[in-house]
Design a binder for this molecule. Sequence first.
Ligand SMILES: [Zn+2]
Ligand SMILES: [Zn+2]
Length: 69
Amino acid sequence: MTEETQKPAGRQRRRREFQCHCCKSKLPFCWNCPCGFQICDACFQENKWGITNGPTWICPDCGQIRMME
Ligand SMILES: [Zn+2]
Ligand SMILES: [Zn+2]
């Protein structure tokens, strides 16, 4: 019987990289949508007036309302 041990620091296995759809730069984090849209924080702040309205933001690609964290 095998028992899976919980690894305390098992986050490094999957290194995810985001690429901003606006400035095309690759970053460790982007605001992202399940449709594949990704935007970096700098571009997000620049386009804030158009895509966010408080605690949520709207994906400009698919129109889905996303929560900000
Ligand atoms: Zn960007
Ligand atoms: Zn989307």
